[in-house]
Ligand binder design. Structure first.
Ligand code: PGA
Length: 240
C-alpha cells in the first residue's frame, strides 16, 4: 500500500508573522492525523525558516514552491537545492501551472529542476495538468502524457511525486469529478510506477478530499486555498 501525501500550497500568502500565528494555532489543536500520510505545507521562500522553526515536529514536512536548476552561482533571486536541504526543507513543488504560465517554465526546465532536487535529497513534486482549452478540445490525456514523459525523463520515477492539477480547476472552485481525477491519475500511473505518489490538485476542500482519496490512483492532494486556515487544513489531514 502506498502512503498518502497531502501538501498545502500557500502560494504567495502569509508574512512571517502570519506563519508564526498559523503554527501557534495549529500546535494548540488536538486531532489525530490520517494514518500513513505525509503532510505539510509549501511556504514562500522567505517564510521557510519560520515554518521550519515553528512546525510541531519533523513529521510535518516543509516544501519550497520552486527550486533553481543550478546549485550555486550568478543566478540572482534563485534558491538552490543545497540551501533548501541544509535548512531542512524536504520537498519542492516544481513546475506549478502558475510558474509555467507567469515564468514560462518548460517541461525541460522542470526536468532539470527535478533532477537537481533528487540529486540533493529533496523530493520533487512535479506538477502537470491541461488548460481549459486543451480540456475542451479533448487533448488532456495527450498533453499530460507529454508533460509527464518530458518532466521525468531520466529520473527515478519511484522517488518523485506527481501532482495532477488541471489548470481549469485551480483556484476556480471547479473540481474535477472523482472519476475524471482517477482516470487522469491512472494515465500518469502507467507512465510512472506502482510506487510513485500521485496527487490531485485543483479546488480540493475538506469536503471533497475524502472521496478523492478513495480513488485507487489518487495518493493525495495538493491544496491551495483550503490549506491557508488552520481549521480547514486540519480537516484535510485529520483521520476520519
Ligand atoms: P487551489 O490550488 O486548491 O486553490 O485550487 C491548488 C494549487 O494550485 O496547487
Amino acid at each position: 500500500m502506498r502512503n498518502k501525501i497531502i501538501i498545502g500550497n500557500w502560494k504567495m500568502n502569509k508574512t512571517p508573522k502570519e506563519v508564526k500565528a498559523f503554527f501557534k494555532e495549529f500546535n494548540k489543536a488536538t486531532f489525530k492525523a490520517r494514518p500513513k500520510t505525509i503532510y505539510g505545507i509549501a511556504a514562500p521562500a522567505c517564510d521557510l525558516s519560520y515554518a521550519l522553526d515553528e512546525r510541531p515536529n519533523k513529521k510535518f514536512v516543509i516544501s519550497s514552491q520552486d527550486i533553481s536548476k543550478h546549485l550555486s552561482g550568478a543566478y540572482t533571486g534563485e534558491i538552490s537545492a543545497l540551501m533548501l536541504k541544509e535548512m531542512g526543507v524536504t520537498y519542492a513543488i516544481i513546475g506549478h501551472s502558475e510558474r509555467r504560465t507567469y515564468h514560462h517554465e518548460t517541461n525541460k526546465d522542470i526536468n532539470e529542476k527535478a533532477k537537481i532536487a533528487l540529486e540533493n535529497g529533496i523530493c520533487p513534486i512535479i506538477c502537470v495538468g491541461e488548460t481549459l482549452e486543451e480540456y475542451e478540445s479533448k487533448k488532456s490525456k495527450k498533453v499530460v502524457e507529454t508533460q509527464v514523459k518530458e518532466c521525468t525523463k531520466g529520473l527515478d520515477v519511484t522517488k518523485v511525486v506527481i501532482a495532477y492539477e488541471p489548470v481549469w480547476a485551480i483556484g476556480t472552485g471547479k473540481t474535477a469529478t472523482n472519476d475524471y481525477a482517477q482516470q487522469m491519475c491512472a494515465v500518469i500511473r502507467k507512465l510512472t510506477s506502482d510506487k510513485t505518489l500521485i496527487q490531485y490538485g485543483g479546488s480540493v476542500t475538506p469536503e471533497s478530499i475524502e472521496e478523492l482519496l478513495k480513488q485507487p490512483d489518487v495518493d493525495g492532494a495538493l491544496v491551495g486555498g483550503a490549506s491557508l486556515k488552520v481549521d480547514s487544513f486540519i480537516k484535510l489531514i485529520e483521520k476520519k
